[in-house]
Design a protein around this ligand. Structure first.
Ligand code: SAM
Ligand code: CA
Length: 221
């Protein structure tokens, strides 16, 4: 079968960045501050942040959810694209990770939009549902523990309005989802099960993008 996605060499990837990336100085500084972090590979790529900002603008989003903040690059990208009264409900369990990002949220002048909740994301989302926030949100980005994705997805289906969008990261999982998963490989098994479920989920329109590590867009019908 012919490759239907262009193979992106380092040279071509650099070209793409050189010819499209528009980062706020605080985004570039946050990437630099994260570059030497032991888990720097968890950060989304800058062109993905720019793409998510585009989605947020296209949706006219005001209220958004992020599940998995790390040092805050994706939250910063979305917050920069929101109107001044927009919000990011930012869910993470790590003070050590998220603390890195806060000075850069300040630098960009968007800290007031980011409501960081340090607790297991399921608890935060359940509390928001219990508080009557079903349908309040326009956009959600799921990028935390892979075995939790299905639970996050189900909650986001309730919290995000009809016509809103759920973006799910790492759905191609470095290609591992296309191979038989080892019985103990809970992350790959969880992503495979969710990908299969999404394919036929009548509640959403779906598009799986071979972008970065795979990004699935689910638009709520
Ligand atoms: N979106 C981030 C970025 O752009 O840099 C990367 C997120 S990183 C891949 C995953 C994050 O999920 C980590 O910061 C981790 O602390 C968080 N996490 C893991 N388990 C979690 C849970 N049960 N609830 C909330 N966050 C969780
Ligand atoms: Ca990710």
């Amino acid at each position: 079968m012919a490759h239907r996605v262009l193979q992106v060499t380092d040279r071509l990837y650099q070209y793409l960045l050189d010819h499209s990336l528009r980062e706020h100085p605080a985004q570039a500084a946050l990437r630099e501050a994260t570059r030497t972090h032991a888990h720097a590979g968890m950060q989304i790529a800058p062109e993905q942040g720019q793409f998510m900002a585009m989605l947020v603008r296209l949706l006219g989003a005001r209220h958004t959810i992020e599940i998995g903040v790390f040092t805050g690059y994706s939250a910063l990208s979305v917050a920069l694209a929101l109107p001044d009264d927009g919000t990011v409900l930012a869910c993470d369990i790590s003070d050590a990770y998220t603390r890195v990002g806060k000075p850069f949220w300040d630098q960009a002048g968007v800290a007031h939009k980011i409501d960081l909740q340090l607790a297991p994301a399921q608890d935060t989302l359940d509390a928001r549902l219990a508080a009557g926030e079903a349908g309040r949100y326009d956009f959600a980005f799921i990028d935390a523990d892979k075995t939790g994705y299905d639970a996050y997805y189900e909650r986001c289906l309730k919290l995000v309005r009809s016509g809103g969008l759920i973006a799910i990261d790492n759905t191609l999982w470095s290609g591992a989802v296309a191979e038989p998963a080892a019985p103990g490989d809970a992350d790959t098994l969880a992503l495979q099960a969710l990908n299969t479920k999404l394919h036929h989920d009548p509640r959403v329109d779906v598009s799986m993008l071979p972008f970065s590590d795979g990004l699935t867009l689910a638009r709520i019908r």
